[in-house]
Design a protein around this ligand. Structure first.
Ligand code: ZN
Length: 400
């Protein structure tokens, strides 16, 4: 990549959502990876991923164990759109009820080496992992810059100290019973409360701040200020995210768009034929078409919008279901230069007279997908509207 981004450690309040009890015992138990020392598989994501407390915390982000974090839907959409492919998002459930929780577990896909465990710390003869990794046993050697906006540390740390270990282990065993990631039954190879660090780029930190996405903050003592280039990226992202409808918290805006769209349909309704059968197309697509598109083609039909946004000669023609292009713009179908563009999984629903086209992005999740304009000359997907209704509104030029 060759990018060099300034970064900070990112954290948040204790009493993490995926922990329980006085000792912040992890709720989700990891499988043992090494039978010899009981070292757990740190990259395994238990499913369902359960949360035990703080579920109503009125923020968008919260720290999670092992260098992961939790994001509510808007924060997830923002991070996915601005930093595509840098986190895997998993649904979560409420431990007590097994109901879906309004949080996604975000697992950074990139690891960065931040130093090494001192040579004198014993290693497991089978897996090579150190016996413990207290702060004092670690020689930090963090990179000056990172290539990604989100990453976690490759190495892990643990809270053990030889004096406290036996006492804590006995306490923990009495309170919670044996748990592999906290203690290795009686082998003496217990690592307590294994953790990893989470890192965000300075530009992502600034973007979240600008969008008022709250709940996490940089590690105390970490310093660094965004560069001019970082600020330019943030401005570009804010503009892009606003067009996709992720820029501001959900609420009034979506309802207002829907009201506008309903009024538009009432005024322009003309089709009297049988409604379209969307079933076979949705089956072929493996996804539902947006409800607003379906009602539009049923009631208005293959409408042509001329002089889109006041641009002379710019024509957009809504395609009927049988004319949708379900294959040409799907993820991986067009070799895209941009990292963000490569993530778009597009279905063309409106053609223009000049080779560009308007697409739904299935990758963003439905039922109403964000709309991109595929610019064939630049080979990019330009963020255009938060949904189909918002797109029609822009075609007509009633943006406000
Ligand atoms: Zn081992």
């Amino acid at each position: 990549m060759g990018r060099a981004l300034g970064y900070v450690g990112f954290t948040g309040p204790d009493r993490r959502l995926d922990t329980t009890g006085y000792f912040d015992d992890p709720v989700n138990v990891l499988p043992v990876k090494c039978a010899n020392c009981t070292f757990p598989d740190l990259d395994h994501v238990p499913q369902p991923y359960r949360l035990a407390r703080g579920i109503d915390r009125p923020v968008d982000l919260a720290p999670a164990n092992l260098g992961n974090f939790l994001a509510r839907d808007r924060a997830r959409r923002v991070i996915e759109a601005a930093c595509p492919g840098q986190c895997r998002f998993h649904p979560t459930t409420v431990k007590k009820t097994n109901d879906a929780a309004p949080w996604f577990l975000a697992v950074p896909t990139h690891h960065i080496a931040i130093g090494r465990v001192r040579a004198e710390v014993p290693r497991c003869s089978a897996c090579g992992e150190p016996k413990t990794c207290h702060v004092n046993e670690f020689e930090p050697d963090p990179p000056g810059a990172i290539e990604w906006d989100v990453a976690k540390s490759l190495s892990w740390g643990s809270h053990n100290d030889t004096i406290g270990l036996e006492r804590d282990r006995a306490k923990l065993r009495a309170a919670y019973g044996p748990r592999a990631e906290i203690m290795a039954a009686d082998t003496g190879w217990a690592r307590q409360r294994i953790y990893r660090y989470l890192f965000f780029s300075l530009r992502l930190e600034l973007l979240l701040k600008k969008l008022k996405i709250k709940g996490m903050t940089r590690l105390a003592g970490d310093s660094g200020a965004p560069t001019g280039e970082d600020r330019a990226w943030v401005d570009e992202q804010v503009d892009r995210l606003n067009r996709l409808g992720f820029g501001s918290p959900p609420g009034r805006d979506g309802r207002e768009d829907q009201g506008w769209f309903d009024a538009y349909l009432k005024k322009h309704r003309k089709r009297r034929g049988a409604p379209h059968d969307f079933g076979p197309i949705e089956a072929a697509l493996g996804a539902s078409l947006p409800p607003t598109y379906k009602v539009f083609v049923d009631q208005v039909g293959a409408e042509i919008f001329r002089n889109v946004e006041g641009e002379e000669g710019f024509e957009a023609r809504i395609l009927l279901p049988q004319d949708l292009d379900l294959t040409s713009y799907r993820q991986g179908a067009v070799p895209m230069d941009g990292e963000e563009d490569r993530q778009v999984d597009a279905v063309l629903f409106a053609a223009t007279g000049h080779g560009d086209g308007f697409c739904f992005d299935l990758a963003a999740g439905g039922p109403e997908y964000p709309v991109y304009l595929y610019d064939h000359e630049a080979n990019v997907f330009d963020a255009y509207a938060p949904n189909f209704g918002g797109c029609i509104r822009r075609f007509i030029g009633e943006d406000g």
